[in-house]
Design a protein around this ligand. Structure first.
Ligand code: PLP
Length: 370
């Protein structure tokens, strides 16, 4: 099988595996005062320091979570307290579900947030929390986050940035982006699943926990930390796949898909080198995913979905793509991708497009009366 679904989860990097194997040798709870506890705490704090340094935060401003979903939910819960919430229309469900009543910030046909509309929304009411992701999980579109931060701060608003797909692919720095909080997830960077972080800026207020428990993470997130997973997370911070190589492979497969009738959704703007969203007019996304899977290629229809059901993409719908929003697959290249995988994809895509598009024009079966 060729795995081209990195935005769902990147393959584990050897650095993460080695760090986790070493950390598994340490027995102890970082909250215990004895030597074993202190050894576990040392691992935890070393990891925290590395995460902080790589992403432009202070150690004390890194809140370890169970992943990107929890980091987003914590940001909305804590920074959105008694504030209006404005959410970009193409945000991940982790943010949308945490703020179901939020005002929506529209995007243009390329997926870029409308900053004039943001200015108007900010000016029209009390202080807000704005959620704007750095890179979109379906199209790879990179948002003008630093500009949005200026607007937000001019209007007394907080800005939360979901950098889950951006980290490890483009530079991500809390201080340079000038946002108030930033969400990370280890498994999108080649680390283990089940761990991530919310990074807070220097000026952000004291935050109330979603999970209080034993007061860990400076009272901002209770629960015994998963030390080995956190060590694996820290080990991949600062590692980046060769973006130029990925862009060359991505452009090549896009050209082949276009030759077979596909349309690239959200092209022509800054975007992640590893990601493309390919719509095949008239052909349902789930049929494409299944056909490619049977041919040994793993891709997804829009975002990976926990229920296993494929839904029409809210991202592509927000971009005004209409019915094409249910006819697009996401191809996301992992750091391990080979040229051979792209060749196999191209051949499989050509077969899939020919077969499924032929089925569209096939004459209907004529039933004869029994
Ligand atoms: N934010 C974005 C943009 C994502 O793509 C994802 C996962 O797909 C998440 C948040 C959730 O991260 P996690 O899987 O670590 O909960």
């Amino acid at each position: 099988m060729h795995y081209l679904d990195a935005n769902a989860s990147e393959p584990l990097r050897p650095e993460a595996k080695a760090a986790m194997m070493a950390a598994f040798e340490v027995t102890g709870n970082p909250s215990s005062v004895h030597a074993a506890g202190r050894a576990a705490r040392q691992l935890l704090e070393d990891a925290r320091e590395r995460i902080a340094t790589r992403f432009g935060a202070r150690d004390q401003d890194v809140v370890i979570t169970s992943g990107g979903t929890e980091a987003d939910a914590l940001a909305v819960h804590a920074l959105g307290f008694e504030r209006r919430i404005i959410v970009c229309a193409t945000e991940h469900d982790a943010v949308r579900a945490a703020a179901p009543d939020a005002a929506l910030l529209p995007v243009d046909r390329r997926g870029i947030a409308d900053l004039d509309r943001l200015r108007a929304l900010l000016a029209s009411g009390p202080p807000a929390l704005v959620c704007l992701m750095l890179a979109n999980n379906e199209t790879g579109t990179i948002q003008p986050v630093a500009e949005a931060a200026k607007l937000c701060h001019a209007h007394g608003a907080f800005l939360h940035v979901d950098a889950v797909q951006a980290a490890g692919r483009i530079p991500v720095d809390l201080t340079a982006l000038d946002c108030d909080s930033l969400a990370l997830s280890a498994h999108k960077m080649g680390g283990p699943t089940g761990v991530g972080a919310l990074l807070l800026s220097r000026g952000s207020p004291e935050i109330a926990p979603l999970i209080a428990g034993g007061g860990q993470e400076r009272g901002r997130r209770g629960g015994t930390p998963a030390v080995a997973a956190i060590a694996g997370f820290a080990a991949v911070c600062g590692l980046e796949a060769d973006q130029i190589r990925l862009a060359v492979l991505r452009d090549r497969l896009e050209a082949t898909a276009a030759h077979h009738g596909a349309m690239v959704c959200g092209g022509g703007v800054p975007r992640l080198a590893n990601t493309t969203s390919l719509a095949l007019p008239g052909v349902r996304a789930d049929a494409q995913v299944i056909a490619l899977d049977l041919d040994g290629i793993a891709v997804s229809a829009g975002a990976a979905c926990t229920s296993g059901k494929v839904q029409t993409s809210h991202v592509l719908t927000a971009m005004g793509l209409g019915v094409l929003a249910g006819q697009a697959i996401r191809v996301s290249l992992p750091w391990t991708v080979s040229g051979a995988a792209i060749e196999t994809f191209e051949a499989a895509y050509a077969r899939m497009a020919a077969r499924l598009r032929a089925a569209l024009v096939a004459p209907p079966l004529v039933r004869t009366a029994a």
